[in-house]
Ligand binder design. Structure first.
Ligand SMILES: [Zn+2]
Length: 293
């Protein structure tokens, strides 16, 4: 464990390094209608050059393993005393217990999620009001959806943004998902009404911010609930990551990976940048929408 002072130093170093990513927690499930295809070949062109690779490994390892014993006071991502910033946890989707992520059009979902996640972390780290954490240091590290939720719980995150790409025929654009009901996973029923209420508020605002930024650039697929996803429906109405979440959580299916137009969009520098900016706008709107606790 680190002291509060040490923690501040580590966070500052991360910010200075221009990345803001930390390491610890765990991943999430595919909200997607058709997720589930194996982590195949085709190392996507989107892979690789993320905005600063996970520089937070020092901080991350200091904070302990992701397989949470959970809730260690002052642990992983707890904010130092007197720090009023909002903690935002970025969860680049896959590989999880559900899936390694989809593959299509020469892209691997896990690469797209990771690269955009790193770019978003760098973007948010430049905002003095935000303390940003990425839940793991290595892209291919397997994290269960429960572990991903537990990472954000330990961080006492103001908001969790789970990044995915969907896979479904005849669709295009981005879609935001949030829990509007409880589900059950491994004996736990959740999330709480508090998390449901706040997740909905955050998701509505996040969707507004993102849609505004992408208007005329990339299609808005709308705001939907966890229960409309395959995994959510299977678990009684909520995604596994939502069931275990004690903090507001939402999932962004950024594109339909199997749609060549969507794939080309996210593969382009301009498209990637527009997506990153839109996600940052969504985070800003979401944080502004949440009442202080
Ligand atoms: Zn996914």
């Amino acid at each position: 464990m680190m002291t509060g002072r040490e923690w501040v130093l580590v966070v500052m170093l991360i910010v200075l390094a221009g990345t803001g990513s930390l390491v610890l927690g765990a991943g999430k499930e595919p909200a997607g209608t058709a997720a589930g295809s194996a982590a195949g070949s085709a190392a996507g062109s989107a892979a690789g050059s993320a905005a600063g690779s996970a520089a937070g490994s020092a901080a991350g390892s200091a904070a302990g393993p992701a397989t949470g014993t959970g809730g260690t006071p002052g642990g992983p991502a707890g904010m130092p005393d007197g720090d009023s910033r909002h903690t935002v946890v970025i969860d680049p989707g896959h590989p999880s217990e559900i899936s390694g992520g989809a593959n299509a059009n020469g892209l691997r979902e896990v690469d797209v999620n990771w690269e955009v996640g790193q770019a978003l972390a760098a973007r948010l780290a430049a905002d003095p009001r935000i303390h940003v954490l990425v839940n793991r240091a290595e892209k291919m590290r397997m994290m269960t959806n429960r572990e991903r939720a537990e990472f954000a719980n330990r961080a006492r995150a103001a908001l969790v943004v789970r990044l995915h790409c969907d896979y479904a025929p005849g669709r295009s654009g981005f879609v935001i998902y949030y829990p509007d009901a409880q589900g059950t996973n491994a004996g736990r029923t959740g999330p709480s009404q508090f998390v449901i209420t706040r997740s909905r508020m955050a998701a509505e605002a996040f969707h507004r911010g993102m849609a505004r930024r992408l208007a005329g650039v990339f299609p808005d697929g709308g705001l939907k609930t966890d229960r409309s996803t395959a995994v959510g429906a299977k678990n009684g109405g909520a995604l596994i990551g939502s069931i275990w979440s004690e903090v507001p959580t939402l999932t962004v299916e950024m594109i339909y990976l199997n749609n060549p137009v969507d794939a080309a969009f996210i593969s382009s520098e301009a498209g990637k940048q527009a997506m990153t900016e839109a996600l940052a706008a969504g985070v800003g709107e979401a944080l502004a929408s949440l009442p202080a606790e």
